[in-house]
Ligand binder design. Structure first.
Ligand code: ADP
Ligand code: MG
Length: 564
């Protein structure tokens, strides 16, 4: 039907719009970056679908984005000849938020606009940022390959609802017209828009065209030209040489590929030659995304083959424990028709992935060694995820273990700053084990009676309080030739740390406590394996100890809580 119909936004969209407009106003220029980023994604999608169906190009294979403005009408128009959208896609993509992590996002909102601006940034601003500067947005789109009568116009004033109508659209792709709010006229200037495009979107790989505008002729006369020129460098950023790319360009490219609003923490950019030839540009974000713990999570690494976008989100390109990494891998060797199924089997992909994992670990090692503060920030956001790697990635276990950081009895404060190497460097004469304790909280760990004897002897104990720590110590066993030992397990053998006096004391304690031990043993019966006198306690009268090969009490509690 050609009739205009009115539909309501999902409640979340309304909330998001309101927040966006109020908390991102000081960053209003980003609307253009977001719309250009979407146009570029749409071009990528068309190029990919066009591999199998060249007819989608409709005899117009020059992918491009055009930005123009109309001073009289007070509008800015962003057009692309990318994949476009069908009616259903418009409803699904523009009228609803289908993202995972949406619920968590809305729960965290505080009403404090500064904090919320940060959260929105983390969540991704996207298309709705148009409403920061516009009080009406009109999007006209037609999916590549569809009939010219099947264009769809979506219009909204950014409040509760939007309208949809079917329209005629000659070219495929999407035109977005922003009707500017009162007071935004400064955007209606050639130089202003060009400056914004160059600042935020120079890295876009297809041309962003604008009118040449006014220039001076030979005799100083002003020449107005309607001819279009590319405002950006229009080559894929990762194909340029490092020396030609500024930090700002790397940063803006990150925001585009990661759909993130915050600057990245670090990146690695390299062209790799050898059996597999590829370019990688990989980023460590500064902030964890909302969906880091969500199994349905979509984004990850974008795979390109010779500059053609193939797919995103492949688990095959990065292991789970590095799922926070974002960026691009561009292969020279893979076939263009590579599918998910082929990826699953591909030895070539395995080689690329192994190479990229090494790059990321190298990047982290570099941060840990040379930019301690950045590394601490990384650890805070992603340490728990990286820890999974100890059990997951056999080949790189040692390297990952070196990157781990823990709280410890040797340092004050709650920040996990102690590496296993730090620990070994501080070991006591005669100490041959790395001692640790696992607990739910740092307070519980620090107050554990198991620590008493270590305090007395001045031996450091690592305090492990993340859920994943049980998994870490269950897979690591040893580091640098020193075994990891729980202080809460077995008949604590302090080895050479024990002196003659200790042994004597133990003997005397056993003697003295014999009648008590027997009484306790018979009272507890089958509930315990053994009751022992000990000198490991200095202040507490008694403590529970797990058998050498038993589950730790902490793990047992965790499993119980998880219903196992
Ligand atoms: P994101 O880009 O992070 O997915 P956006 O809010 O920017 O989120 O865009 C939402 C969705 O709308 C996109 O994922 C895409 O499917 C669709 N979309 C937006 N702009 C375009 C466009 N110019 N061409 C085709 N699809 C678009
Ligand atoms: Mg987007």
């Amino acid at each position: 039907s050609a009739q205009k119909e009115t539909l309501g936004f999902q409640t979340e969209v309304k909330q998001l719009l309101h927040l966006m407009i109020h908390s991102l106003y000081s960053n209003k220029e980003i609307f253009l970056r977001e719309l250009i980023s979407n146009a570029s994604d749409a071009a990528d999608k068309l190029r990919f679908e066009g591999l199998a169906k060249p007819e989608l190009f409709e005899n117009d294979a020059e992918l491009k984005i055009t930005v123009s403005f109309d001073k009289e009408a007070r509008t800015i128009t962003i057009s692309d000849n990318g994949i476009g959208m069908s009616r259903d896609e418009v409803i699904a993509n523009i009228g609803t938020i289908a993202k995972s992590g949406t619920k968590a996002f809305f729960e965290q909102l505080s009403g404090d606009s500064k904090k919320d601006a940060n959260l929105i940034g983390q969540f991704g601003v996207g298309f709705y940022s148009a409403f920061i500067v516009a009080d009406k947005v009109s999007l006209t789109t037609r999916r590549a390959g569809s009939n010219t009568a099947e264009g769809i116009r979506w219009e909204s004033q950014g409040e509760g609802e939007y309208t949809l109508e079917q329209v005629e659209k000659a070219g495929r792709g999407t035109d977005i017209v922003l009707h500017l709010k009162e007071g935004e006229d400064e955007l209606l200037a050639d130089w202003a828009l060009k400056r914004i495009v160059r600042t935020y979107s120079d890295h876009i790989s297809i041309p962003i065209l604008m009118k040449k505008g006014s220039s001076y002729g030979e005799n100083g006369e002003v020449i107005e030209s309607d001819e279009l020129e590319a405002v950006n460098a229009a080559s894929a950023l990762w194909t340029r040489s490092k020396s030609e790319i500024s930090d700002e360009q790397y940063t803006e490219f990150y925001k585009h590929v990661a759909h993130d609003f915050t600057d990245p923490l670090a990146w690695s950019h390299a062209r790799v030659e050898g059996r597999q030839e590829y370019t990688e540009l990989l980023y460590i974000p500064a902030r964890a995304p909302f969906d880091m713990w969500d199994r349905e999570r979509k984004q990850g690494i974008k795979l390109y083959v010779r500059r053609v976008f193939i797919m995103e989100d492949s688990d095959k390109l990065m292991p789970q424990y590095l799922r926070f990494v974002r960026g691009v891998i561009d292969s020279n060797d893979l076939p263009l028709n590579v599918s998910r199924e082929i990826l699953q089997e591909s030895k070539d992909i395995d080689a690329i992935r192994a190479g990229c994992v090494k790059k990321v670990l190298g990047l982290l090692e570099d941060l840990a060694a040379n930019q301690t503060e950045k590394y601490a920030a990384f650890w805070k956001e992603f340490g728990q995820v990286l820890k999974e790697g100890v059990g997951e990635d056999h080949a790189n276990k040692e390297r990952i273990a070196k990157l781990l950081r823990f709280a410890s009895t040797a340092v004050d404060g709650d920040e996990p700053t102690v590496s296993l190497s730090d620990y070994i460097g501080r070991m006591k004469e005669g100490q041959d084990k790395i001692y640790f304790i696992t607990a739910d909280t740092l307070a519980a760990a620090r107050n554990s009676p198991h620590l008493e004897v270590f305090k007395k002897k001045g031996v450091e104990v690592l305090l492990l309080t993340d859920r994943v720590d049980e998994w870490v110590v269950g897979s690591l066993f040893e580091f640098d030739g020193k075994s990891l030992q729980s202080v809460a397990k077995g008949a604590l053998d302090l080895g050479a740390l024990e002196d003659e006096a200790d042994k004597e004391a133990q003997k005397q304690a056993e003697e003295a406590a014999k009648p008590l031990v027997e009484k306790v043993q018979s009272a507890l019966g089958d509930k315990v394996k053994e009751v022992r006198a000990t000198v490991r306690l200095t202040d507490s009268p008694a403590c529970l100890v797990a058998g050498e090969h038993d589950m730790s009490a902490h793990l047992e509690r965790m499993l119980k809580a998880a219903g196992q």
